[in-house]
Every structure is written in structure tokens, then in C-alpha cells.
Design a protein around this ligand. Structure first.
Ligand SMILES: NC(=O)C1=CN([C@@H]2O[C@H](COP(=O)(O)OP(=O)(O)OC[C@H]3O[C@@H](n4cnc5c(N)ncnc54)[C@H](O)[C@@H]3O)[C@@H](O)[C@H]2O)[C@H](O)CC1
Ligand code: K
Length: 519
């Protein structure tokens, strides 16, 4: 499913009318009806219940006014509160307001202290609240009246349904300036928005439902929309069936260059995750002095020592030529987990990355090696895959983490195009950006995965899949399987899950994906 920007949704509205003759009020009628149904399911039947409706004066408010009519028709008592000025209703909202006023629904304009008291008590005793104050049209700082209503809604104990996006969340970024409605459920209209996926907006969204509200499918699937949700449907297309004639040499021979003194765990996790992701054969290349340690920790993964400097650091000519000749025998190379940040190691990484002529995945310390020179990423033989967390991505681009978060999607997208890399940016909503502008978001994964080694498992998973699907799709498949494996691990271990639990769930995640493929 696509994920739309605000201006893309506006364009869809325009085309729906100009080319398909679908006026705004018709889409609003559909939206309102679906919202009423969603409220019915949220409060387990609206009949006989009291529902508080908060409506703004734009089209989000129009949706709320329309939903109020349907909710009342379904047997509920509706109490309406106007967050905007009723003289400023949008054209479509006016139509909905007219119908509603003829229905004798209790309406409060929130212009007097009495009205604010009414809102307070209505929310206190309501069975549900409907947030239709601000949608994709919201920008800048919240006006005082909205802010006060949002605080009242958030203090109420009844379940809250947000129309399109929780009021106060910026649709294109997920940013919140002061406060936003904390919804239990959000019904996104047409398509999900970036604000549903990225924090803090994502934390306000609750359960996310999406409804097409009758917008022609080809508009919702338009190729000009470059943001995508990596959902089960997309993931199913990513893992081709294995033929019976495969052998370990055809499922991917993966070289993992990782580890240093005190950081052998990262290397072991990454290499073993590549095998658990289904690679045929994995070799872990480590500095000589830690070879015996990783050898004793691993059974199925092969290991090979790489010459190191006198002080036990991976670097220098001998290490470089060893790694380049080793890489010849493999289909893809992962470099970085636990490698260390010594100057000579960084130099080795940069030269190796420029010279190796195999699909290359760079993680952790390998990304750090480019931190003052991202331009060098353009010198690679093939488009590399980089798997930074937000701190590593910010370091690479020379910005702060808050600056990166401020405009995450455009910054990462631009970097992927400029440096010709695939970026897998790990956060509460991992994002994959391709050089052609395509961006994918995953909803899989959970807060338990914020634990050491989780990134090593992801890098290993992506590397391990490199020959099992088109190599350009491996980052997407890897992110999906890693997130699903994390969810499976969370179901068993909760927040105490550790990285190896995720690795051990990779086969089950794969099986689930296969089962879905058969449906
Ligand atoms: N195709 C669709 O997706 C459809 C979506 N619908 C709904 O329409 C809204 C977007 O409507 P729009 O009129 O463009 O904007 P909003 O209603 O979200 O907001 C405009 C409203 O808000 C006021 N405002 C703007 N900034 C602020 C602020 N900082 N503080 C307070 N108030 C602010 C502004 O003055 C306007 O009054 C979309 O989300 C869907 O819910 C259609 O109904 C169906 C088709
Ligand atoms: K809203």
C-alpha cells in the first residue's frame, strides 16, 4: 500500500473530481459513513451510547459532522462541539452542517465558559469521542482553542477515534508542536500518511485502519506516489519459491567481515543471522587474534582469520589483499558489525568498499568509516546497502539527530539519490530508501527490539537474503522478516527479548511468509 504526502492526497482529491466527477462532498459522505462504522466497532456498538464529536471547520471537521449524522442514525446520542468557527466551514463541511442542524443534535460552539464545562462533563460521561478537528490541513502551531480541546480529550477516559490523523499531528512528518490527540484508533482516509508511521505521530495513532472511501484504486496506487508500506501483501512478493534442485552454493555464499577484541558477539550474531535467514554458506572473517574465540562460538558458520596490525587491529595492506581475494569466492559481503573504529580499520573499510566488486552491505563501524566523507560512497562498484541507526545516519551526513528527525524522509531520500546507496534507517519505524526516490516503511517490530545486537541481526539477515531474492529487494525482505521475527520473539519473551531471540525466530517468520503466499 502507498503512503501519501499531504500534497499527493490533495492532488488525488482534485483528480477524483476533475477526471472522475467525484465531488468532495461525495467522498466526505463515504468517509463519514466509514468513520461511524469504525466508532461502532471501537465502542462495541454505538446504539444507546453517548458519543462526543469534536469538529473543526475544514474537511476533517466535515467528515466528523457527516459521521455524527450516521452515528445518531445508528441509535447513539451525539454531543457536538465545534472546534472552529461555524462561519468558516469548507464548502463540503457546510453541506454536512446543514443536514446536522436539521437533525436537532446538541451543538456547542465553545464560545462560553458554560460550553467548556459542558465539554468537560460530556467527555467525562461519554462512551466514545470522535476527533475530527484537524486532518492533513494542519500546520504550524496549534491555536489555543484546539490546544485546550485536545487536552480535555486526552484527559477523558473514553476511547477516542481519530478521523484521518490525530489532531495536532503533522501528516508529512509525524511531528507534534505542542500536543496532539492520543487516539485509540485512527481511520486513515484514502491512504496512510507518514505521520501515522513516524514518532511521535505514530504513538498517537493507536490502531490504524485505512479505508479507500471510494477513491478510484488506480489513483491510490499511482506510481507518482513514491512512499510505500512494507505490508504483508508487499512482503509476499519478495521471497521466491525455492526449487528442489537448490544446494548450498546457490542459496547465497556470504562473507561477513566483522568483529574485533571485545566485540566478537556482534560478528557472531550477524554471521549466524545470515544463515538463519536462509543463506547457503556463511564465512566470518575476523582479525587473527579473535579467531579462536569466534571459532569456539560458532558451528555452522565457517571462520577465517585476517592478518591484523601489531596492536591487534584490522588494517593494513595484508588485511586488504586477504579480504579482497576472499571476497572473490562469495556472492555478497557484509562488513562492519563490531569491527572497531581505529583509524587503520576505517581506512581499510573505505579502500575495501571501493575495490570489492560484489554486492556490499555496510553496517555499524563500516558506516562510521564514511562519516566525514559520504561522497566516497559514490566510488563503489555497485550500489551498496547501508544499515545505519539514526545516530549513524546523522553522523554520516554531518547533522544532529534532532535535525535528521526534523525532516527524516526528505533527508534520507535525498542522501540515497546523492550518494547512490540504499539506506536502511533503523528507528521505531525502519525506513528503506532507494536511489530512485522509492521509500518503504515497515510496521513490523516492537519496542522490545531496542536492545544490543538487534542491528547486527538485521544486517546479517539482509546479507543472508542477497541471493534468495533480487539483491535490490533483499533490504526490504530482510527488514520485514527481522521485524516479524522480533514480533514473534516479543510474543514469547516480552521486553526482555535479546538479539539472539530474534535471530532464532527468523525461520518461523520465513515460514509464516510462505504460508501467507499459499493463501
Ligand atoms: N481524499 C481524502 O483524503 C479526503 C479527505 N477528507 C478530509 O479532509 C481533510 C483535509 O481537509 P482540509 O480542509 O484540507 O484540512 P483540515 O480539515 O485538516 O484543516 C483545515 C482547518 O484547520 C485549520 N487549521 C490549520 N492549521 C491550524 C492550526 N495550526 N491550528 C488550528 N487550526 C488550524 C484551518 O484554519 C482549517 O479550518 C483530511 O484530513 C480528511 O479528513 C475529505 O473529507 C474526504 C476526502
Ligand atoms: K483528526
Amino acid at each position: 500500500m502507498k503512503v501519501s504526502l499531504r500534497k499527493e492526497m490533495q492532488e488525488i482529491d482534485k483528480v477524483s473530481f476533475e477526471q472522475y466527477g467525484l465531488p468532495a462532498v461525495l467522498l466526505m459522505e463515504n468517509a463519514g459513513h466509514r468513520v461511524a462504522e469504525a466508532m461502532d466497532s471501537l465502542v462495541k456498538g454505538v446504539a444507546g451510547k453517548t458519543i462526543c464529536v469534536l469538529a473543526g471547520s475544514g474537511n476533517n471537521g466535515g467528515d466528523a459532522l457527516c459521521a455524527a449524522r450516521h452515528i445518531q442514525n445508528m441509535g447513539a446520542k451525539v454531543k457536538l462541539f465545534l472546534a472552529g468557527d461555524s462561519t468558516h466551514f469548507s464548502e463540503a463541511a457546510k453541506v454536512m452542517y446543514r443536514a446536522l442542524t436539521a437533525m436537532q443534535i446538541e451543538t456547542n460552539s465553545l464560545d462560553s465558559d458554560r460550553d467548556w464545562d459542558r465539554l468537560h462533563f460530556a467527555l467525562k460521561f461519554a462512551d466514545g469521542a470522535l476527533d475530527g478537528m484537524l486532518g492533513t490541513g494542519f500546520e504550524g502551531e496549534l491555536r489555543k482553542k484546539n490546544l485546550r480541546i485536545i487536552e480535555e480529550v486526552n484527559n477523558a477516559s473514553c476511547p477516542v477515534l481519530a478521523i484521518d490523523i490525530p489532531s495536532g499531528v503533522e501528516a508529512d512528518t509525524g511531528k507534534i508542536s505542542t500536543v496532539a490527540v492520543k487516539a485509540d484508533m485512527t481511520l486513515a482516509l484514502g491512504l496512510p500518511k507518514i505521520g501515522h508511521l513516524l514518532s511521535p505521530g505514530a504513538d498517537m495513532t493507536g490502531e490504524l485502519l485505512v479505508d479507500d472511501i471510494g477513491i478510484p484504486r488506480e489513483l491510490l496506487e499511482g506510481s507518482q506516489i513514491k512512499q510505500n508500506l512494507l505490508d504483508d501483501g508487499v512482503a509476499m512478493e519478495l521471497l521466491p519459491a525455492r526449487s528442489r534442485s537448490v544446494h548450498k552454493g546457490t542459496c547465497g555464499r556470504i562473507l561477513v567481515v566483522a568483529g574485533s577484541r571485545g566485540m566478537t558477539g556482534a560478528a557472531v550474531l550477524a554471521a549466524s543471522a545470515a544463515l538463519r535467514a536462509g543463506a547457503g554458506l556463511v564465512t566470518l572473517a575476523v582479525p587473527q587474534s579473535v579467531h579462536a574465540i569466534v571459532e569456539s562460538k560458532l558451528t555452522e558458520v565457517m571462520t577465517t582469520p585476517v592478518p591484523e596490525t601489531e596492536d591487534g587491529i584490522l588494517g593494513g595492506e595484508a588485511a586488504l589483499s586477504c579480504l579482497l581475494s576472499l571476497a572473490e569466492a562469495y556472492d555478497a559481503v557484509l562488513i562492519g558489525p563490531g569491527l572497531g573504529r581505529a583509524d587503520r580499520t576505517q581506512e581499510l573499510v573505505r579502500i575495501f568498499a571501493a575495490k570489492v566488486n560484489k554486492p556490499l552491505i555496510m553496517d555499524a563501524d563500516a558506516i562510521f568509516a564514511f562519516q566525514r566523507q559520504p561522497d566516497d560512497l559514490c566510488k563503489m562498484q555497485q550500489v551498496p546497502v547501508l544499515t545505519p541507526h539514526l545516530g549513524e545516519m546523522a553522523g554520516l551526513l554531518g547533522v544532529t539527530v534532532p535535525e535528521l528527525r526534523e525532516s527524516l524522509v526528505p533527508i534520507v531520500r535525498e542522501a540515497a539519490a546523492e550518494y547512490q546507496c540504499v539506506f536502511v534507517v533503523k528507528s521505531e519505524c525502519t525506513m528503506i530508501a532507494y536511489p530512485d526516490g522509492d521509500v518503504f516503511f515497515t510496521t513490523k517490530g516492537n519496542s522490545g527490539m531496542a536492545t544490543a545486537g538487534c542491528g547486527d541481526v538485521l544486517a546479517g539477515t539482509v546479507a543472508g537474503l542477497m541471493m534468495q531474492t533480487e539483491s535490490a529487494l533483499a533490504p526490504m525482505l530482510g527488514v520485514y522478516l527481522h521485524g516479524l521475527a522480533g514480533d514473534l520473539a516479543y510474543a514469547e519473551k516480552g521486553e526482555g527479548l535479546i538479539a539472539s531471540d530474534i535471530r532464532e525466530k527468523l525461520p518461523e517468520a520465513r515460514q509464516l511468509l510462505r504460508k501467507n503466499q499459499q493463501i
